[in-house]
Ligand binder design. Structure first.
Ligand code: ADP
Length: 367
């Protein structure tokens, strides 16, 4: 398997604007890396450049220390699994999986061994004689993956492989993909717009926005230490709540949200950089699970935000409470037994040890 290195990779389709802007990243051998971001941010373009399906405008692409910018796709030892599976409808599963190997003039025996082995890994041996038409979306997806496995590539590329599946099957396939990665011990580069897939599958995640890398890190690093407003608002569901306010000094340094009087005493917060924002606007970020219906023992201190409940979603395992904040809302994750009523006052207790602050001008975290 392989190390893949992107050095300042850029892409322009029209020769004027870059849709991918100087992306640098090292995919380590056997690593499962997820490229995530909203539609149009350049994820597929990056993947297609790695595969060799799209010309690289600037920068270097190295696989195992060898520059491969100008290598043809077939010579890169990379297999790509597409969103629409791209199976041949007139061929059986076996033939679909064997096709690429036949083109390479591999012996029948070798082809058969590889197809049988991949089919066993994917649990699709009973399907080998079927045609794609007679299979479910999940089964077709497996065949598409099988076609990649038989090639024994250095790197697997997945382009939104689960987006055509229904919600339940997607969850199942997420688990399957984790198991598959373990079995194959392969380098996997996986593109999705779905932050849940990124969180659950990635050893590391690259968050892209408008062709620019916003942050790279492990799922928990991105979740707990977002570098900017974009990542805080993208990773996690529901995402981080944002509360605009000012840093003011009275006896102590405080964050103040004017219309509610919500006040966070910053003296206990180990964030030295915030002192530089005295008399300036900042944005406070807090995750829904760090807001409680009452102060908790063994954590805190807490800052109270009194507002009105505008909606409740009872999930069974938790209750999502939507509370008014100026023209917007903030969401808190309460225990399902909480006594909250729609339209009534609700007190939100914000764990001040868990707040983030962002600079509204640069949108970067203040830390
Ligand atoms: P994503 O995979 O994140 O949805 P893409 O990589 O498909 O994003 O697209 C990134 C940007 O490049 C978009 O603005 C898209 O319209 C543009 N783009 C993608 N493919 C082409 C192409 N073949 N020609 C011109 N523009 C393209």
């Amino acid at each position: 398997m392989a190390d893949v290195l992107l050095k300042n990779i850029s892409k322009s389709y029209d020769g004027k604007t870059n849709v991918v802007e100087s992306v640098s990243f090292e995919f380590k051998d056997k690593e499962f890396v997820v490229l995530v971001g909203p539609s149009g941010c350049g994820k597929s373009t990056v993947l297609r450049m790695i595969a060799g399906l799209e010309e690289i405008t600037g920068g270097d692409l190295l696989i195992d220390n060898k520059r491969v910018n100008d290598l043809l796709p077939k010579d890169r030892d990379i297999a790509m699994v597409f969103q629409n599976y791209a199976l041949y409808p007139h061929m059986t599963v076996y033939q679909n999986m064997a096709f690429g190997l036949k083109l390479k003039k591999m012996s029948r025996k070798e082809i058969d061994q590889r197809v049988q082995k991949a089919a066993a890994i994917l649990d699709i041996i009973p399907l080998l004689d079927r045609r794609p038409k007679a299979m479910s979306g999940g089964q077709r997806q497996r065949v598409a993956i099988g076609r990649a496995i038989v090639r024994n590539p250095k790197v697997f590329l997945f382009d939104e492989p689960l987006s055509n599946l229904d919600a339940k099957l997607r969850v199942q396939m997420r688990v399957e993909l984790q198991k598959l990665h373990k079995k194959l011990q392969a380098t996997i580069i996986y593109v999705t717009h779905d932050q849940t897939e990124a969180m659950t599958l990635g050893d590391r995640i690259i968050v892209l926005k408008d062709g620019i890398v916003m942050q790279i890190g492990s799922p928990m690093k991105l979740y707990n230490q977002p570098d900017n407003i974009f990542v805080a608002g993208f990773i996690g569901s529901p995402p981080v709540n944002f509360i605009p306010g000012m840093i003011k000094r009275t006896d102590t340094l405080n964050f103040i949200h004017e219309s509610t009087g919500f006040n966070v005493n910053l003296s206990d917060i180990p964030n030295k950089a915030i002192a530089g924002f005295e008399d300036k606007k900042v944005i406070l970020g807090i995750r829904p699970e760090d807001i409680y219906s009452k102060p908790q023992i063994n954590s805190g201190p807490f800052a109270k935000l009194s507002t009105t409940c505008i909606a409740i979603e009872q999930m069974g395992s938790e209750m999502l409470v939507y509370a008014a904040l100026d023209e917007k809302q903030i969401i808190a994750r309460f225990s399902p037994e909480s006594k909250i009523e729609m339209g009534k006052r609700v007190d939100l207790f914000v764990d001040t040890g868990r707040v983030h602050f962002f600079d509204p001008e640069t949108e970067s975290v203040i830390r």
